[in-house]
Design a protein around this ligand. Structure first.
Ligand SMILES: [Zn+2]
Length: 223
C-alpha cells in the first residue's frame, strides 16, 4: 500500500494512545521519495549555554518509494515513534538503536504482536548514529548538473576556500546551478569536506528533507 498523510496521522494517534500513554504530539508528517530510508525522524539539536541539549522542530518523514504491506508501514511508523519518544523525553541510549530502543521495541512487539526490527534499516541511519547528536557545522554547495541530477560539495569553512570553490564550480560546464548553504545537521557531516575535484551525487529528495533547516548563503562576499 502507498502511505498517505491521513493514514499516518490516524495511526500515529492510535499507537500514541495504545503504546506511549498518549504523551506524544503529532509532528509534521512529510511523504518523501527517498530510497535510503522508509521512515526517518528529523529534528534540530542545539547545545545550550551550560551544555544541556535542546531538541526542536521534530518532523516525521515516510518514503513513498517502497511497496509496503500494511503491517510493514505500521511497523515503520512505530519504529520512528520509539525514536521520537526517546528524543522528546531526552532519554539516554547507547546509540541510535541502543539497549533502550531495543527494549521498547521488544516490549511493543511482545505486547502487541508487532514485528518491528532494526535489521532492515538503511546503512545511512547507522552512519548518522555513529556521528552522534553533536551539531556539526558544514558549508556546502548543492549543484544541479547538466544531466539534471544533483551533487554536493562540502568545503572547509574558510571564506577564501568557499569563494575559490564557487568560481571553480560556476566555470565547470557540467554544473548548471550552484547554491550554498550552512548547516549544523550531522547529516551533512556524512560528506567529506575537501577542496578536491570530486563531487558526490545525492538523492535530492533526501537532501531536501535536511535543507529545510539549513541556512542559504546568498551572498558569498558576506561570509
Ligand atoms: Zn531507527
Amino acid at each position: 500500500m502507498k502511505p498517505t498523510i491521513d493514514y499516518i496521522r490516524e495511526h500515529f494517534e492510535l499507537y500514541n494512545r495504545m503504546m506511549f500513554g498518549g504523551t506524544l504530539t503529532v509532528p509534521p508528517i512529510h511523504l518523501t521519495n527517498a530510497r535510503t530510508y522508509m521512515g526517518m525522524l528529523t529534528y534540530k539539536r542545539r547545545v545550550g549555554l551550560f551544555g544541556g541539549k535542546r531538541f526542536s522542530d521534530f518532523a516525521l518523514r515516510i518514503s513513498r518509494r517502497f511497496d509496503y504491506s500494511e503491517a510493514e508501514l505500521q511497523d515503520t511508523l512505530i519504529h520512528e515513534m520509539i525514536h521520537y519518544y526517546i528524543a522528546v523525553n531526552q532519554l539516554k541510549d547507547g546509540s541510535t538503536h541502543g539497549p533502550l530502543f531495543r527494549q521498547m521495541m521488544e516490549d511493543i512487539n511482545h505486547q502487541y504482536g508487532r514485528h518491528i526490527t532494526v535489521s532492515h534499516r538503511s546503512s545511512h541511519e547507522e552512519r548518522l548514529q555513529l556521528l552522534g547528536s553533536q551539531p556539526r557545522p558544514r558549508v556546502f554547495a548543492i549543484m544541479q548538473m547538466a544531466d539534471g541530477k544533483y551533487c554536493i560539495k562540502v568545503v572547509p569553512r574558510i571564506v577564501e576556500r568557499v569563494r575559490t570553490m564557487h568560481r571553480r564550480l560556476t566555470m565547470d560546464p557540467q554544473v548548471r546551478t550552484v547554491n550554498w548553504y550552512f548547516s549544523t545537521d550531522p547529516f551533512f557531516a556524512l560528506y567529506p569536506s575537501s577542496m578536491g575535484r570530486r563531487m558526490q551525487y545525492v538523492d535530492i529528495e533526501e537532501v531536501r528533507a535536511h535543507l529545510v533547516a539549513a541556512t542559504p548563503i546568498t551572498d558569498l562576499t558576506a561570509i
